[in-house]
Design a protein around this ligand. Structure first.
Ligand code: AP5
Ligand code: MG
Length: 217
């Protein structure tokens, strides 16, 4: 049976890192709203231009365009077949309701919503050391997970970059936005009995093992 899950948690908690491990080891398709927006920005599309004005300030892109963009991808044949790991979506209760309607129409049941939890002090340390690959999206950290060759991706050799929204003042704004808009999404799924809480302060492999165990895989 394909896995259908959501990873939810504050910026820098490790959603992208775990989602990549889940793809590699469990075969489900990762769908990161942030990564899709960054690809649109890179391709200089209208959606990219709109998204950039919000992302650079650490604010949320409006619900309408975000919901449309994500539901379109959920309907793809690949996702239907492999299942999905949503990363960064839903991020508002409105988005969660839209996703629920979509899944109900398609008669798809979510396996679980995984809430990754860590102290805010750890988040700042993780985000201020993060570097990522411009091409394949692989995520590194200057101290926790340095690339073998400085400045270049181990997997595809492309140059590494620092995200524009990883400036200290933008990190604090993103944390504020998380508390105001996304913390209620966690309560929303908890009330539905779908929530699994995972301690994300541990080593990535330990976090992954806890996810697998709590999903009952
Ligand atoms: P998005 O790209 O989703 O950013 P985010 O939620 O802020 O999360 P991050 O990608 O920063 O962190 P992460 O949890 O993936 O952590 P990572 O694995 O990289 O969104 C960006 C923006 O797009 C938003 O601010 C918003 O403007 C817009 N947007 C996106 N979705 C939207 C939506 N649904 N609605 C509206 N707007 C939306 O790890 C971080 C670092 O820590 C890395 O260096 C990594 O190597 C390291 N690390 C990870 N795990 C561990 C570990 N266990 N131990 C030690 N280090 C670790
Ligand atoms: Mg991410």
């Amino acid at each position: 049976m394909p896995i259908r899950t959501i990873l939810v948690g504050p910026p820098g908690v490790g959603k992208g890192t775990q989602s990549a491990m889940m793809e590699e080891r469990l075969g489900a398709k990762p769908l990161s709203s942030g990564m899709i927006f960054r690809a649109e920005i890179e391709a200089e599309t209208d959606l990219g231009e709109l998204a950039k004005s919000y992302i650079d300030r650490g604010e949320l892109v409006p619900n309408g365009v975000t919901i449309q963009m994500m539901l379109k991808r959920l309907r793809s044949a690949e996702v239907q077949q492999k299942g999905f790991i949503l990363d960064g979506f839903p991020r508002t209760v409105r988005q969660a309701e839209a996703l629920d309607e979509e899944l109900a129409k398609a008669k798809i049941e979510l396996d679980a919503v995984i809430s990754l939890e860590v102290d805010e002090s750890v988040i700042v340390e993780r985000l201020s050391g993060r570097i990522g690959c411009t091409k394949c999206g692989e995520i590194y950290h200057r101290i926790n997970k340095p690339p073998k060759r400085e400045g270049f991706c181990d997997k595809c050799n492309s140059p590494l970059f620092v995200r524009e929204d990883d400036q200290p003042s933008t990190i604090l704004e993103r944390l504020k936005v998380f508390r105001a808009n996304t913390a209620p999404v966690i309560s929303y799924y908890e009330a539905k009995g779908k929530l699994i809480k995972v301690d994300a302060s541990q080593d990535p492999d330990v976090v992954f093992a806890e996810i697998v165990e709590k999903l009952g895989l």
